[in-house]
Design a protein around this ligand. Structure first.
Ligand code: 8YV
Length: 315
């Protein structure tokens, strides 16, 4: 059956409301419904002019290569580490994503994790549910207000985290590849220096090859036995084995993690530890933010098919 509506390949499942809105505007085919996606792409890849995907499912070089008439990729999420931007650039394919609309919720989650790791909210909740309160009081935790917050990656989300920190009277410094010109926060030229200074080190940088393993064993050593790590970025930014070791052996005080190296797999060694809070990658996961992200996925496609440019370009 032919259609005058642009033919879009949907990679992986999206929010049901987004899927139906996409299907109402475009001629959508879901790759996830195919029993042999590779064979399907080899036979029918030339039909598609657009891809709708997410930060999780991305669009790798093999997929892009299999779609010779691809013009636009619209991704649900801000992270671009699962999209081969070089492959897209080389073919002049537009890439849209969903920056900014999720800044507040991701920053809120950074503070949820920071507060929980330091004040032991989840662990104390387990203590009550186990009936342990009947046998004794909960151990003391760590104060958050007035402490030193180090931010790795003072981008869109990092800046909102820094703003949240002012409500807790925290002193903020940051590390980036380069200093940012329009902020007053102090720049730490090395990540180890930032970790050594900070009580709380929050990772808000992008994922991908450039940041892989940045939070190394040495950085964790610099953070030290009183320091906490929070990660709302990508698990790949941290040397996960070193982090598990540091938590198990109390070489850092604790951690709050929304992201992991090989999601949804979380190192089982962490399950028994009360000094780490584990979340299933939910930082942007509110009704309001996911709706805004869905709208931007649609807006990116709509703008592209009208003007040849997406609204929020990743390139
Ligand atoms: C994803 C995320 O959108 O935006 C990102 O980069 O990691 C999340 O907000 C979500 O996991 C869906 O892929």
């Amino acid at each position: 059956m032919t259609s005058s509506r642009p033919r879009i390949l949907q990679v992986g499942r999206l929010l049901p409301a987004l899927e139906s809105r996409l299907a109402a505007r475009y001629d959508v085919h879901r790759l996830a419904d195919e029993s042999d996606p590779r064979a399907f792409l080899a036979a029918r890849g030339a039909e598609f002019v657009g891809v709708a995907t997410s930060a999780r499912f991305g669009a790798d070089r093999a997929l892009i290569d299999a779609l010779p008439h691809l013009q636009v990729i619209s991704s649900f999420g801000v992270g671009l580490d699962a999209i081969d931007l070089d492959a897209a650039r080389a073919r002049d394919i537009a890439v849209g994503h969903t920056p900014d609309v999720l800044n507040d919720c991701v920053a809120d989650t950074a503070f949820l994790l920071l507060m929980d790791a330091a004040r032991q909210g989840s662990a104390a909740d387990r203590f009550v549910r186990r009936g342990d309160w009947l046998r004794g009081t909960y151990p003391l935790a760590t104060r958050v207000s007035g402490k030193k917050l180090g931010i790795l990656g003072l981008g869109r989300i990092g800046r909102v985290i820094a703003r949240r920190a002012s409500g807790f009277d925290m002193d903020v410094r940051y590390h980036n590849r380069r200093p940012v010109s329009d902020v007053d926060y102090a720049y730490e030229p090395t990540l180890e220096g930032l970790a050594a200074w900070a009580d709380f080190l929050v990772i808000a940088s992008a994922g991908g090859a450039e940041t892989r393993g940045l939070v190394s064993k040495e950085v964790l050593r610099a953070l030290g036995p009183k320091g906490f790590l929070v990660n709302v970025s990508r698990g790949t930014v941290v040397d996960q084995d070193a982090l598990v070791d540091a938590l198990a052996n109390r070489r850092i005080a604790g951690a709050g993690l929304d992201v992991f190296e090989d999601e949804p797999k979380v190192p089982e060694a962490l399950f028994a530890l009360d000094n780490v809070v584990l979340l299933p990658h939910i930082a942007s996961g509110t009704h309001e933010t996911r709706e805004d992200m869905a709208q931007l996925v649609l807006d990116n496609l709509e703008r592209f098919f009208k003007t040849g440019e997406v609204q929020a370009s990743a390139l």
